[in-house]
Write a protein that binds this ligand. Structure first.
Ligand code: NAD
Length: 495
């Protein structure tokens, strides 16, 4: 069985304790990951602190060379990375390849770091006085990441933090830790000096040690809302800069004038892709009007029932298993609760078994109709292949439903009406909005982030927001002796 170790100061450290790691398709334990705490975090901070001055002083153009090389290595190793992701996460191979590609986009953006760090300069702000500003790295920063994108989410953080001149400690999810370790190997091969990047595995003990450690200047977190809230509160109380991205409940509104075939295609991919284990998955379809709802259900029902479910090696599979048996059981129990509360189970994925993979963590695609906002299947983030249909009488009712929701990561409107599209984009209280685009994840040169309990903190991740989060502004005002008038000044003067 594979032992997955911490990596501190360039060395693998087996560590003590351990958490089992499973192949979700077979249900077999395939490894054990080290479980770190205060000692390992302290060692990682020591290594990162020692490496920081040299890395921060490395010219941005040289740091960019590491980014270019990392880009090449990601391309060359994408298949290996994708297989490593699928073996512990369960997602299909093509989906895992897509994850690598989205992470690579951020590395590509970070290749432009010399330009991104350029400050501004104002000559003669007063007679003989010049003013310029620059963005300086923070020091040692940490990233805590979820199971659902073990490569992409670390790559939302690492390229930006490193390119800006920080050293970085990654605390990946304990459920699929092999891919982050492989990512580390690639960064090292790309030329990153030892200690600039460290990986400490573990759960709550490691996270709390990061939040409390005085040597860590900033923390980026991506995960569920309760933990995001804990990370934000505790990290801020310890004086750190914190961005904590939380959970989601994304709605897709289908207007009566929408192309229903396009809307159904969108709901299939966004609802069931990656078995619904995406923070930008669509969990709720909101058809406007009974006629739209009936027609949409008629289109979705046969397609959900015919979803191809299988292990990552099956090229025809459209989705894989859930990540753990416990998560599969939890998702299944939400379907039970929805049914008990009066939802129509149009397609039931409970109890799915796959021949040859009887112990895998399978759950079939599930479609629930006539879900209401008070049901737990609606109020809670389920994170599984369950699409709930909440029927809205009017467009205003659909907007009100979304704006009343505590989560506000992504949303979409399907329509042919430009007025409705413009109004929706303007009034909807959600961070990322799609118009006829079901999963509006911004490209690498924009920034990603939700509102309300989907993001605690004032910065999104990657893109320009990433540069701002991982640097702080310094403004220098200078006058040289030749321009100095003699005599002290005790009051502001007009310039
Ligand atoms: P999670 O919150 O269980 O875990 C996230 C991280 O927190 C992991 O590294 C985990 O080890 C750590 N952790 C778990 N319990 C902890 C505790 N009690 N105290 C301190 N740390 C703890 O999330 P997950 O199940 O790995 O991932 C799925 C969640 O992540 C979903 O809610 C999903 O919406 C969210 N997510 C959000 C985004 C986004 O951009 N907003 C992106 C991806 C995933």
């Amino acid at each position: 069985m594979k032992a997955i170790a911490h990596i501190i100061a360039g060395k693998a450290l087996p560590g003590s304790g351990g958490t089992p790691v499973f192949n979700p398709a077979t249900g077999e334990q395939t490894g054990q990951v080290a479980s770190g705490g205060g000692g390992e975090i302290d060692a990682a901070v020591t290594a990162a602190r020692a490496a920081f001055p040299g890395w921060a002083a490395t010219p941005p153009a040289k740091r960019a060379k590491v980014m270019y090389e990392m880009r090449r290595l990601l391309e060359a190793n994408k298949d290996k990375l994708a297989r490593t992701i699928s073996a512990e996460h369960g997602k299909t191979h093509t989906d895992a390849l897509g994850e690598v590609a989205r992470g690579q986009e951020v590395v590509e953006f970070a290749c432009g770091i010399p330009h991104l760090l350029k400050g501004s300069f104002s000559k003669n702000v007063s007679a003989g006085v010049d003013c310029y500003d620059e963005r300086q790295p923070l020091g040692v920063v940490a990233g805590i990441t979820p199971f659902n994108f073990p490569v992409m989410v670390p790559l939302w953080m690492m390229p930006m933090a490193l390119a800006c001149g920080n050293s970085f400690i990654l605390k990946p999810s304990e459920r699929d830790p092999s891919a982050p370790n492989l990512l580390y190997e690639l960064w090292r091969e790309a030329g990153l000096p030892d200690g600039v990047l460290n990986v400490v595995h573990g759960g709550k003990a490691a996270v709390d040690a990061i939040l409390d450690h005085p040597g860590i200047a900033a923390v980026s977190f991506v995960g569920s809302t309760p933990i995001a809230s804990h990370v934000y509160t505790r990290g801020c109380a310890a004086g750190k800069r914190v961005q904590a991205l939380g959970g989601a409940k994304n709605h897709l509104v289908v207007m009566p004038d929408a192309d229903l075939d396009q809307a159904a295609d969108a709901l299939m991919g966004a609802g069931y892709g990656s078995a619904g284990e995406r923070c930008m998955a669509v969990a709720v379809a909101v058809p406007v009007g009974e006629k739209t709802a009936d027609a949409l259900i008629a289109k979705l029902k046969p397609r959900v029932a015919a979803l191809k479910i299988g292990p990552a090696g099956d090229a025809a599979a459209e989705m894989g298993p859930l990540v753990t048996a416990a998560h599969r059981d939890k998702v299944s129990s939400y379907i039970d609760a929805g049914q008990a509360a009066g939802a129509d189970v149009v397609v039931d994925g409970r109890g799915l078994k796959l021949q040859g993979y009887e112990k895998g963590f399978w759950l079939g695609g599930t479609l629930l109709d006539r879900v209401t906002p008070l049901m737990s299947v609606y109020t809670d983030e389920i994170f599984g292949p369950v699409l709930s249909v909440v029927r809205a009488g009017t467009y205003e009712e659909a907007v009100g439903l979304i704006n009343a929701n505590l989560f506000a990561n992504g949303t979409a409107l399907f329509t042919r009406d430009g007025d409705a599209a413009r109004d929706f984009a303007e009034r909807i209280q959600v961070g990322m909005v799609g118009i006829n685009v079901p999963i509006p994840v911004p490209v690498g040169y924009h920034s990603f982030g939700g509102w309300k309990s989907s993001l605690f903190g004032s910065h999104g991740v990657y893109g320009p927001e990433g540069v701002h989060f991982y640097t702080r502004l310094k403004t220098v005002t200078s006058r040289w002796p030749a321009g100095l008038k003699s005599g002290a000044q005790f009051h502001f003067t007009e310039r």
